[in-house]
Design a protein around this ligand. Structure first.
Ligand code: ATP
Ligand code: MG
Length: 430
């Protein structure tokens, strides 16, 4: 197996290493190549008078970002990265990079996000970018471990569907043989069906598709949703679970990604404190009305400006609870004694919404009624409604945007930074 560059030490004597030529400097009698892999950088020092002709010939052919391999003695030197250098006995050019490069990997020349996304194959070589996706991987691992420990069953539901989850226009139609079908905007209906199927605790981490026309720094047209549904649970129960999950994700990053956090300049990374404040929708509207210039009233949805105003006042993760039934989806459970409000909640980061969830309606007739009340035709939801007639447990759940979790956790300026190949209004390639 190859020796990762970070593990090369002078004690090893002679080593072989392989990676990208990060920087090349020719000072006449002495030349240097910085050799990089995803773990770090090591200096190759070439004293021209002491090395073979072959090495000198190869050196001339090497361009920045070419793949090269080297064998040679490792020596301690104070000034080199990691305090060591390799003096080559052999030097091989394995895959030459053309010049000029479409993107400067060493970050001396800053690049626009569009150029970077077009050239992810170069952008991904930058330590900052690698760090973001190493952290995302750590978070997804921590989530799966959390769910496994809490006795969840991981499910995978179809992304090709015949009906919209919540109606509306945010759907991508696709040609499905002779039928019309859509890309699913949420696994909501399916995870609820699995409650009827007796799975009790399910989770899915998978893609959701939203044909939202707007181009913002927090919306994608293809996003990753972390979704759960739990039987015999209330909205309070799943809020507790969500808050625990968020803290676990942060904790796991703090424990395992120290180097990546440092690369990203997040030296003051802190784990959110439990318990997250719970603010009623009515109180949230009051704060927004007080702080915003544009008018906002009870019954309005919370737009970006309102989310910002409330987030500024709260200054930490918080829940917005007790939403008007009229502005939440039909499956949210209304309070028995006050059906104009429902047991729905949003989890908020001061900068944006992270999750939406609710205790769900488990009564068939009430659900049918609520679907109609939203102006939708219950007959189109027969596959979803039928399971409610044969023993549906009370249940609750939520969906959390994975990219928003990473964007807020790492203070990224744009959600596109948390996706390898974002899909937005203009971007379908690469
Ligand atoms: P918003 O109001 O911010 O557009 P939403 O309320 O429409 O979001 P939900 O349907 O509640 O979104 O989806 C649950 C979660 O999935 C959201 O809180 C968010 O984290 C994530 N999410 C939804 N749509 C998108 C999107 N277009 N891009 C990125 N993440 C999304
Ligand atoms: Mg929402």
């Amino acid at each position: 197996m190859r020796l990762p560059i970070v593990h090369i030490t002078p004690e090893q004597g002679s080593v072989s290493a392989i990676g990208w030529a990060h920087e090349i400097r020719d000072l006449g009698g002495l030349a240097f190549i910085l050799l990089r892999d995803r773990t770090g950088i090591v200096q190759i020092t070439i004293p021209k008078k002491k090395v073979s002709e072959d090495i000198l010939t190869t050196f001339k052919e090497i361009s920045r970002e070419s793949i090269i391999s080297v064998t040679g003695e490792v020596k301690s030197v104070d000034k080199a990265p990691g305090g060591r250098e390799i003096v080559p006995e052999t030097l091989t050019l394995i895959s030459r990079a053309e010049t000029p490069l479409p993107l400067d990997v060493s970050e001396k020349v800053p690049a626009e996000i569009d150029t970077r996304l077009d050239t992810r194959y170069l952008d991904g070589r930058r330590p900052k970018i690698t760090s973001i996706f190493q952290i995302r991987s750590t978070v997804q691992h921590a989530l799966r471990e959390f769910f496994y420990k809490h006795d969840f069953i991981e499910i995978t539901t179809s992304k090709i569907v015949a009906a919209a989850t919540e109606g509306g226009t945010e759907l991508f139609p696709i040609a499905y043989f002779e039928k019309e079908a859509f890309l699913n905007q949420s696994p909501q209906l399916y995870k609820q069906i699995m409650m009827a199927a007796g799975f009790e605790k399910v989770y899915e981490i998978g893609p959701i598709f939203r044909a939202e026309e707007h181009n913002t720094s927090k919306h994608l047209n293809e996003a990753t949703s972390i979704d759960i549904e739990v039987s015999f649970a209330t909205h309070e129960d799943v809020m507790d679970l969500l808050e625990q999950l968020i803290c676990t994700a942060y904790q796991c990053v703090a424990e395992n990604c120290e180097r990546q956090l440092e690369v990203l300049g997040l030296t003051d990374f802190s784990i959110p404190k439990k318990q997250f404040p719970r603010l009623s929708y009515a109180d949230a509207i009051d704060i927004a009305a007080r702080k915003m210039e544009e008018p906002i009233a009870y019954g309005d949805d919370l737009g970006t400006a309102a989310e910002r105003a409330i987030g500024e006042e709260m200054g930490c993760h918080y829940f917005i609870t007790d939403w008007p039934t009229a502005i939440k989806p039909y499956y949210a459970m209304p309070y028995e004694n006050e059906p104009e409000i429902c047991k729905a909640f949003d989890l908020m980061h001061p900068k944006m919404e992270l999750s939406s969830g609710a205790e769900r309606i488990h009564n068939h007739d009430l659900l049918r009624q609520q679907i109609s009340a939203k102006g939708l035709n219950p007959d189109n939801f027969e596959f979803y409604l039928k399971p409610f007639r044969y023993g549906m447990p009370p249940h609750a759940g939520w969906g959390t945007g994975a990219e928003r979790l990473i964007t807020t956790m790492l203070e990224l300026p744009n959600i596109r930074e948390a996706v390898l190949f974002p899909r937005d209004r203009h971007r379908v390639v690469p």
